[in-house]
Design a protein around this ligand. Structure first.
Ligand code: SF4
Ligand code: SF4
Length: 92
């Protein structure tokens, strides 16, 4: 269930994965609060399984995956429509 406060909308993120940097530790998969990621079947050049996005719409832009990745192999950007929404919400 999504809790809404006035016109505030939950943030949404776009997830970017650098597969070749990944070492397949699975931290991003394990600690994502919305189960957005899973380890893929594919191998990168180092022989690890990088994550893949399985529930893109569930991402809340918490950036935990980005913070926890020891290889700087994943980062998240705020979705454009949410940036516009926040701008209008912050004005009187
Ligand atoms: S930003 Fe948060 S919700 Fe989105 S994929 Fe990363 S850990 Fe999951
Ligand atoms: S936390 Fe980083 S290195 Fe570990 S599986 Fe996720 S992307 Fe790969």
């Amino acid at each position: 269930m999504t809790i809404r406060f006035g016109n505030l909308r939950p943030k949404k993120g776009n997830i970017h994965i650098n597969k070749e940097r990944c070492k397949g530790c699975g931290f991003c998969v394990e600690f994502c609060p919305r189960d957005v990621l899973e380890l893929s079947e594919e191998f990168n050049k180092k022989g690890y399984h990088p994550p893949r996005v399985v529930k893109a719409d569930e991402c809340i832009y918490c950036q935990l995956c980005e913070a926890i990745c020891p290889e700087f192999a994943i980062f998240v950007t705020l979705k454009k429509e949410e940036e516009k929404g926040e701008e209008s919400e912050s004005r009187p």
